[in-house]
Write a protein that binds this ligand. Structure first.
Ligand SMILES: Nc1ncnc2c1ncn2[C@@H]1O[C@H](COP(=O)(O)OP(=O)(O)OP(=O)(O)O)[C@@H](O)[C@H]1O
Ligand SMILES: [Mg+2]
Length: 249
């Protein structure tokens, strides 16, 4: 279980203190799929980075399976079973994609195992295993390889930051099926940051993050209708083909 208690992250801006995350409290039981959504700049990536240990919160606690991991760095958190697919993944010149998958898995993978991970993100595996994770890959390809490495890691807590970003429609369908299957297997807790209704549709629970605060959280059946219809709620509507993002309150 992941427990986030009164988490805040403040930075010193030109006009004083800036609250990027404000008093976030969240409990995610094992095996749940939680979608975090909300307007650009709402704090979603910062929250993911705080859970992964890339950002040190200025207040609050993060507990993973009862262990207080707030003071742990990224390596220790990875060892504790937390993994994160970046919104904007890095490229690694000189490393084959097959090597990256093995590094993530922490073991030697058979050729067919490497293929499976790439197929699950919609990549034609044989074309990619021996390619380098360098500038020759397109944005969407890098993004999908990054997701495949997180799948290969098989961590009990996986965080995906806008997995849809830059990914074509066909690969996105494959990715959606992969997330659904992963959730049905029930072995991992999944946090997916997303603006896409088809991803939000997979959620057990939805967290709406806006201006650094949790504006709404609860079961999908309760929150999704509000995201789609309630004009007084802080929602981002652009992904539903309606108005541009708007925030009130
Ligand atoms: N170190 C920092 N210094 C100043 N501002 C920061 C810092 N880190 C984050 N921010 C700001 O905090 C806000 C939240 O950023 P974050 O990347 O978490 O948003 P997000 O919800 O992931 O947005 P998006 O949907 O665009 O990915 C943004 O306005 C960002 O500019
Ligand atoms: Mg973000």
């Amino acid at each position: 279980m992941l427990e986030i208690k009164n988490l805040s992250y403040e930075v010193q801006g030109e006009e004083g203190c800036l609250g990027i995350l404000r008093d976030i409290s969240l409990t995610i039981p094992d095996g749940k799929l939680v979608v975090v959504t909300g307007p650009n700049g709402g704090g979603k990536t910062t929250l993911a980075r705080a859970i992964m240990g890339l950002v040190t919160p200025t207040a609050g606690q993060i507990l993973w399976n009862g262990q207080d991991v707030t003071a742990l760095g990224i390596t220790q958190r990875a060892k504790a079973g937390i993994s994160y697919a970046f919104q904007q993944p890095a490229r690694f010149k000189g490393l084959r994609i097959g090597d990256l998958l093995e590094l993530a898995a922490g073991t030697v993978l058979r050729h067919d195992e490497q293929c499976q991970y790439l197929t699950r993100v919609g990549l034609c595996a044989n074309d990619y295993i021996d390619r380098e994770m360098d500038a020759s890959l397109s944005g969407g390809e890098v993004k999908r390889v990054e997701i495949a490495t997180v799948l290969a890691r098989r961590a009990p807590l996986m965080i995906f930051d806008e997995p849809e970003a830059g990914i074509d429609l066909w690969s996105f369908s494959q990715l959606t099926r992969t997330f659904r299957a992963l959730h049905q297997e029930g072995d991992a807790t999944l946090i997916i940051i997303s603006h896409q209704e088809r991803i939000i549709d997979l959620a057990d629970d939805i967290v709406l993050l806006s201006q650094g605060r949790i504006a709404a959280q609860g079961p999908r059946g309760e929150i999704l209708p509000r995201l789609l219809t309630d004009s007084s709620a802080p929602v981002e509507r652009s992904c539903y083909g309606k108005k541009e993002a708007e925030y009130r309150g």
